[in-house]
Design a binder for this molecule. Sequence first.
Ligand SMILES: [Zn+2]
Length: 132
Amino acid sequence: MGLVNIEKCIARDIVLSNKLVPSIYDAVAKVLYSNYLDMIRNKVCPWCGRKFTTRRALYLHLNRKVRNGLKCYIGFQSMVKDIVETVRKAHYMIRVRKHRGKTMYLVRVENPHPKFNSREEAIKYLVVNGYV
Ligand SMILES: [Zn+2]
C-alpha cells in the first residue's frame, strides 16, 4: 500500500491545485472523476461528505490512515491509482499530430484511427469504448 512518487504528485495536484500536470492526467481525471474533483475543490470529502475550511485540511484528511477515516483514505488512494493506471494505458494509444497548424489527437485503435480535437475527447473515446 501507499503511493509511489508520480501518484503522490497527482494526489497533491488533485486536492491542492486546479489542474493535474502533465495534462493527460487532467484529461483522464476529468473523464473518470469530474464529480469527485468538483467536491474536492469545494473542500468537501467525496467519501464521508465532511466539509473542510481549507484544501490543505482536506488533503491531510485524505492522507490520514486512521480507523474512522479509513474509507476516505482508501477511496482517495484508489482514485489516484486508477487515474495513474489509466494514463499509463492511454499514453501509448494516443498520438499527437500537427496538421496545418492544428493539433489533432489520433487514437491508435481501429482503422482508420479516430481523430479528435482535444486530448480529453480522445481519452473519453478510449474510456467509453472500453479500451482503457
Ligand atoms: Zn472523508
